[in-house]
Design a protein around this ligand. Structure first.
Ligand SMILES: CC(=O)N[C@H]1[C@@H](OP(=O)(O)OP(=O)(O)OC[C@H]2O[C@@H](n3ccc(=O)[nH]c3=O)[C@H](O)[C@@H]2O)O[C@H](CO)[C@@H](O)[C@@H]1O
Length: 372
């Protein structure tokens, strides 16, 4: 099996691509995989680290309005479709898969024009613009949420398959003890993991300062906060300025990014998260109860819809970004600390929503596309 996989911009598109690629490789002997991304996206950092061959094309995202920039972007897209076609002709894939982000547009379009079997994987309740356009050209559409089907009305029913979102196998295999050891966490404390998606979240970062003040040195819990690369230094600066100690044996741990997120998830009792679809798939697969603060500027407010899907099933509490304050977070964390039953009930509801085998379903679907 030879496969090209493309997806980029943020972790929410990149990790599904990595997971699907690994699963296809596991299921088919002799598998060669080429990842196509951009030089600017997070994929340029993550993909070579993960050991995949990596080719790049130049492509920009469209603005969601009529603009001169869009005209030049579309003109540039013709060039990137041509470049993608060259990559495809040279690599000769049996199948081309896209996991979202604008880089997928030219790659999947070129594959479809060259009559190579294609599949896209849509992670969100409300699909991204690239996948909405690509839906007209591809052979299969694998959905992370059933609710997304209504946005692909022009597609044929046999094109659409509800699989759930793929999660890395390590997310399921890591044990609590391994996670605690990997992150040097205390064994006897409730662990709160705070993550603002793959790039961090300013409003969550800002709301956390009073939370640290309140819980600093509290023996009942520890907080592991992932700030995102760009805000790490300023957050650590603010914490030090406010007199909170970040010693190695303290209960507040701040990281810019976690390359071993599965370990952190394995040790987590409560998550404070944005509502990126892959992050949510990981939380539900492990049955982690969550306080979700959807990013309000995500395209068509899709994070709100992702988050509400969990809230509806009792797997999470949602706080709107504009209503997020330190004291609201403190009150909600205190509420969970004082009612462990509520926390475990939410954990159970979360696990009911999890689809730990989604990656395998998607990989099997990809294998069916290979022509004999
Ligand atoms: C602002 C925006 O539009 N974000 C979108 C982006 O989210 P984003 O990339 O933030 O989202 P997700 O939460 O879906 O996925 C993040 C992935 O990165 C990993 N991770 C994150 C932080 C870290 O330190 N280490 C780490 O490994 C997580 O474990 C997860 O696998 O793609 C998602 C999937 O299409 C969408 O639902 C989000 O709305």
């Amino acid at each position: 099996m030879r496969m090209i996989i493309s997806g980029g911009g943020t972790g929410g598109h990149i990790y599904p691509a990595i997971t699907i690629a690994r699963e296809v490789a596991k299921l088919s002997h002799k598998c060669e995989i080429l990842f196509v991304g951009t030089k600017q996206g997070l994929e340029a950092d993550i993909i070579p680290k993960e050991g995949f061959n990596f080719a790049t094309i130049e492509v920009r995202g469209l603005e969601r309005k009529l603009s001169w920039r869009n005209v030049t972007t579309l003109a540039g897209t013709v060039g990137s479709v041509w470049k993608s076609a060259q990559i495809i002709k040279k690599f000769k894939p049996d199948v081309v898969i896209g996991t979202g982000g604008y880089v997928c547009g030219p790659v999947l379009l070129a594959a479809s024009l060259l009559k190579v079997p294609t599949m896209i994987q849509e992670q969100n309740v409300i699909p991204g613009i690239t996948n909405k356009i690509l839906a007209r050209f591809v052979d299969k559409i694998a959905l992370g949420y059933k609710e997304a089907e209504q946005y692909f009305r022009k597609s044929k029913p046999e094109q659409i398959v509800f699989t759930g979102n793929p999660i890395r196998p390590e997310v399921m295999s890591a044990t609590r003890a391994e996670g605690q050891a990997a992150l040097k966490l205390a064994l006897d404390r409730v662990t709160v993991l705070v993550v603002g998606g793959s790039r961090g979240a300013r409003s969550i970062n800002n709301a956390m300062l009073p939370v640290y003040k309140h819980f600093s040195n509290n023996p009942r819990l520890q907080i592991l906060h992932v700030t995102g690369q760009s805000e790490y230094n300023s957050i650590v600066g603010n914490i030090k300025q406010s007199g909170i100690e970040l010693s190695s044996d303290g209960n507040i741990i701040i990281k810019p990014y976690l390359y071993n997120m599965p370990m952190a998830l394995a040790a987590t009792d409560l998550a404070i998260f944005r509502a990126g679809a892959v992050g949510l798939a990981e939380l539900t697969a492990r049955g982690i109860p969550a306080i979700l603060v959807p990013y309000p500027y995500a395209a068509e407010n899709h994070q709100e819809f992702n988050a509400r899907a969990l809230e509806k099933q009792g797997a999470a509490i949602v706080i709107a970004d504009k209503e997020l304050t330190g004291s609201k977070l403190i009150d909600t964390i205190e509420m969970f600390l004082n009612s462990p039953d509520r926390l475990s009930c939410m954990a159970m509801k979360s696990r009911e929503l999890g689809r730990p085998n989604a990656a395998e379903s998607i990989a099997r679907l990809a294998l069916t596309l290979k022509r004999p």
